[in-house]
Write a protein that binds this ligand. Structure first.
Ligand code: ATP
Length: 596
């Protein structure tokens, strides 16, 4: 079982309204509520940007009034000064409000978005995770969400302002002199003519290759780091490095192709939109008109001041273009994750009649053409203890994982209390079945919170009682902060300790069905025996299915079930099976068991 399996299962035991609402939602539905909120931010931004024009227009009007022949119109001067100052104030106010609100909404939206992704991932069949690279999934939940949100949060306001502000300036300039206005627009037209070159299919392909190469580097780093201990122990570091180095080499080649294609066009656009070039065009046009007597010298001033602002929309398009393309691709990847069909939830959960577990003609395979379980029939009566044994790869872990519904069988059914797992709501299922698997991952939270994962409001006394039953209480008291010690931060626990915490978690959840993969590293023999006694004393109506590795555990069981190549080959009481001298007896001897 992987980390995500464990976390997903833990989270599913305490479902939230978020996780409920996430099921089946499409990306556009997820985005819609945020889009409305960000419209408010965009409107504030546009008002601020428009108000920002007032000081510029005031300077222009002042210049034209002061430079005009004849007496100075004082009233006009004061109006310009007051309107300019008011505009500046409004601009500051609205820009600050939109920026503050935008950032708050942005972080809220990112949080809900990630929660919804996590909730969806919690409902995806676990088999899906084993086919994904951890690095790629981390990129979707982390970077891709970040790439989408600035787009909703900032782009609309910036884009609208970038177009509205120059448009207002343009109208104003037209009223002064339409010919010089057209001349002022020359740099903008030049830059716009270059935009289609950025959108050529070759550029899009290069950008996609660039993203893929980045993804490959991320996954090879994650794989390398995850496997570093094994790699070092077996001296294969050159080979492991090799994969990373190949990914980097690939990236360098892709990067140069990407830069070559983009940089020529980008440099041309930057030149056309640069202030010196714009000023040059306006000055050449303006001075020749003044010389010919068709423009008053004072009227050149507004073109010099506002002309620079006219290039903003194209510059914004250029800057925003990369972000928008990146966001588009990020949306695609997020959509792909959200569209993975979750394990279906029943529309009308059915009440269980008792807790008898029954697997009927169960077939299952991780891949379509390879069955791991072939026609398994198994009944676990309430209050019984069943030991599952069999050679490595026979399908034991796969079989027990069907009970917490990590997967649905491809054929046949698994029922509890007479109800197919597919008809039981996930909350009810996780109140009915708890599990402790070998590969336990604990949350980065306090020991107490880890134990109380399925019962968040558990009393401390109950947490301690569960820890004592699981024989981990004394070890917890030795930790720096006892039950408040943060796992993974203050302390790192051994595999056996982590598994006992996981066992305490399952015991506190107190479900009628307990599924356990008995690890060989579970504990030292004395503790192990004490735990077995504790589990046996829980007894009552609790049904236990244990993947047994130790002869002592098998001997304790009411029933032993022997699995081979995905089928049950023998079953019965341990002593009876031993007496039969069949496959189980042979297996028992190979495991070092003694006849009792
Ligand atoms: N997530 C997975 N994706 C694809 N194949 C898998 C996956 N998990 C297990 N398998 C395959 O299914 C078969 C049964 O594996 P399973 O882990 O259920 O056996 P097991 O009896 O529990 O083995 P062990 O005692 O070694 O843990 C194996 O061939 C294994 O390679």
């Amino acid at each position: 079982m992987s980390a995500i399996d464990a976390l997903g299962a833990g989270e599913r035991s305490t479902p939230t309204s978020d996780s409920d609402s996430a099921a089946g939602q499409s990306l556009s539905r997820l985005l819609r509520p945020h889009v409305r909120k960000f419209a408010v931010v965009a409107i504030l931004q546009v008002i601020g940007a428009l108000a920002g024009l007032a000081p510029l227009l005031a300077v222009v009007e002042l210049g034209r009034t002061l430079l005009a022949p004849g007496p100075i119109d004082e009233g006009h001067v004061w109006t310009a000064v007051i309107l300019g100052a008011a505009g500046l104030f409004v601009r500051l106010l609205f820009t600050a409000a939109s920026s503050g609100l935008g950032h708050v909404l942005d972080s809220q939206a990112q949080l809900t978005f990630r929660r919804q992704l996590a909730a969806h991932l919690g409902r995806v069949p676990i088999g899906w995770f084993s086919r994904r690279k951890t690095g790629e999934l981390a990129k979707v939940v982390g970077e891709d969400v970040s790439a989408v949100h600035p787009l909703i949060a900032h782009a609309p306001g910036e884009l609208v302002s970038a177009f509205v502000v120059p448009l207002v300036s343009l109208v104003y300039l037209f009223t002064i002199d339409w010919r010089l206005t057209l001349i002022t627009l020359i740099p903008v037209v030049m830059a716009i003519l270059l935009v289609p070159l950025l959108m050529l299919p070759a550029r899009t392909r290069e950008q996609e290759e660039f993203d893929e190469a980045m993804g490959r580097i991320a996954s090879s780093v994650v794989e390398f780091v995850q496997g570093i201990a094994v790699v070092k122990a077996f001296g294969g570091s050159e080979r492991a490095h090799g994969k990373f180095l190949t990914a980097v080499d690939d990236f360098v080649g892709t990067f140069f192709r990407w830069v070559r294609g983009m940089s020529l066009v980008a440099a041309g656009m930057q030149l056309a939109l640069s202030p010196p070039f714009v000023l040059l065009v306006v000055l050449i046009g303006g001075t020749s008109m003044i010389t010919s007597g068709s423009l008053a010298p004072a009227d050149l001033l507004p073109f010099l001041l506002l002309g620079l602002g006219l290039t903003a929309p194209v510059a914004a398009l250029g800057h925003g273009f990369d972000d928008m393309q990146a966001a588009g691709r990020a949306v695609g990847r997020i959509k792909e994750v959200l569209e993975v069909p979750p394990l279906p939830e029943p529309a009308h959960p059915v009440a269980l009649q008792g807790h008898r577990v029954e697997l009927r003609d169960v077939h299952f395979g991780y891949e379509e053409d390879r069955e791991v379980l072939s026609g398994v029939d198994l009944v676990l009566e309430p209050g019984t203890f069943t030991a599952l044994v069999g050679p490595s790869g026979s399908g034991k872990s796969t079989l027990v994982q069907l009970l917490p519904r990590f997967f649905d069988p491809s054929q046949g059914s698994v029922t509890i209390g007479g109800v197919d797992l597919r008809e039981i709501g996930s909350r009810q299922l996780y109140r009915t079945v708890s599990f402790v698997f070998q590969d336990v991952r604990l949350l980065r939270a306090s020991v107490a919170d880890n134990i109380a994962l399925a019962v968040p409001h558990a009393e401390r006394d109950d947490v301690v009682r569960a820890a004592k039953l699981a024989h981990i209480h004394d070890r917890i008291l030795e930790l720096p902060d006892g039950y408040e010690t943060i796992i993974g931060e203050d302390v790192k626990l051994s595999g056996g300790e982590a598994q006992r915490i996981s066992l305490a978690r399952a015991l506190l959840a107190d479900t009628p069905v307990l599924v356990l993969d008995e690890a060989t590293a579970f504990a030292d023999p004395q503790t192990e025996q004490a735990i077995r006694q504790a589990l046996a004393s829980l007894g009552g109506e609790r049904t236990m299915l244990v993947i047994a590795h130790r002869p002592e555990t098998v001997a304790d069981a009411d029933t032993v079930v022997m699995l081979e190549n995905g089928s049950i080959v023998e079953r019965g009481r341990p002593a009876e099976l031993l007496a039969q001298q069949g496959k189980f007896a042979e297996f028992w001897r190979s495991q070092g068991g003694q006849a009792r």
